[in-house]
Ligand binder design. Sequence first.
Ligand code: O2Y
Ligand code: MN
Length: 601
Amino acid sequence: MNAISHDVSKPVIAAGSDGSRLAALNAWVAEVAALTKPDAIHWCDGSDAENAKLIAQMERDGTLVKLNQQTHPGSYLHRSHPDDVARVEHLTFVCTTNQDDAGPNNHWMSPADGHDKMDALFDGCMKGRTMYVIPYCMGPIESPLSRCGVEITDSPYVVANMRIMTRMGAPALARIERESKFVRGLHSIGELDPERRFIMHFPEELTIKSFGSGYGGNALLGKKCHALRIASHQARSEGWLAEHMLILGLENPQGETHYIAAAFPSACGKTNLAMLIPPEGYRAQGWKVWTVGDDICWMRPGADGRLYAINPEAGFFGVAPGTSDKSNPNALASIQMNTIFTNVGVTADNQPWWEGLDNGQQPVTDWRGNAFDAAKGPAAHPNSRFTVSAKQCPTYSPEAENPAGVPISAIVFGGRRPSLVPLVFEARDWTHGVLVGAAMGSETTAAATGAVGVMRRDPMAMKPFCGYNFADYFNHWLSFDKAGAKLPKIFHVNWFRKGDDGSFLWPGFGENLRVLEWMIQRVKGEAGSVETPIGHLPADGELNLEGVALGEEGRAKLFGFDRAGWQAEFASIGEYLDEYGPRMPQALKDEQQRIAKALQD
Ligand code: O2Y
Ligand code: MN
């Protein structure tokens, strides 16, 4: 790496710059270098040559293993430390001056204590290592909705992933030079010791400090730390929304495309929905789904009153297990080349493998690098991932690069709800829709450490990601409903409703298009509904079920309304809102009480 690194004894100046407009950045880099004491500093330019050098270095030191280059050209496997395989919510903090500003939804530490704790960990941690400075832009470089950041890290794996997941390097640095405002993210893998691992956010200072993990959202600071926790805070003060949502375009046979943003908790199928392939009959008629983003959505009102959205990311960090030619052919097609796989198994001929791939092959090595033994667990870790450029997705929307963003027609909330919650319902209005989002519940998944399959409230799928008090966040959502606003309709879906025998009642995957079709018909005033206290359900025959085999139980549970069950649910929602005390907006409490009362009538 020496050929492309700076000698630390020389002044730390961004490459290609006279330093004047980047004084704050240069000063911060120098300050970090003085604290962490790296052997070398490398400013990332994002070029192919730089990436090739880093990959070669990581191959040499075993950080990356080259996969079968005939079947998967340009693709590599990374095995993370076995104790470092997922986000760590219990070690993730929001450090605001007032504890109430972080809210009961976050772990809190004072900014002074947070900095002290982290700086003690960072002291000298990069001795013997290279410090990489990664300028990046979240969103298209020319978009007014985009925001820039700089991540400093000692992990070349992070550099390679950030290159895929963000617009990284020279163009981002040029934008930072123009704007001079950027999010500061400091990261070190440290010793990968779970006892010395913290992910700290300082939203008031637009700063992130992450130590002791090299994995995904803990380490790729542009993703969850910047694009959700810091951005949600920034969005509140600037009048926009930073959300844990996919964005897709639904094109009908008339060539009209409606954009939908959908929030589902981690590992609940956002990537699959974003890349949906319509069922055969729909395809024949000309229906298409375009992928704008699979995880994060930044939205702001445009001059016409509609919400316009960008995907701040440039790639996908998708869950590998369960990805197959049946569940998500577009994802599978995307990851045939130039992909970094993390913690998957490997076949005898060195191809990546995971449970549910269903390609007729078998693993010989598991995610830890041991000989695969089914008795000892899965070949791929349940939270194993692929990192790939969005440009490799066959359905990647050209509109994803539009600096103006895409206009959103519908917002969808959804979770894993084995009982009670029907397939789809529509909120009556914006305030009701905000309550639907605020009341979201879902079973936990392997995307974070901790128990899997436990029901918890996950408002707007932002429980792990909202950088401030949820009560203020709901208030911010409510504030969009003002004169001149042309807001999207809000819906709730549940692809995970189970029957008495424990099996899923809805086929899901491509068939979910039927539900999206009903939503857009509702947006256009072309489909009927039945009004219930929880919202509008599809009227009989209004959601196209032709060719879907649903038994009586399926129809009753997917499209029915269980009054007694919802009474109990609304009592629980009321208790949940009360946990936030007087900061909870009265309008939301009134809405909950109005519906609870209607459920009694
Ligand atoms: O970031 C991680 O460590 C895995 S979790 C993840 C990865 C990609 C997209 N979303 C998530 C999530 O937890 O929501
Ligand atoms: Mn996510």
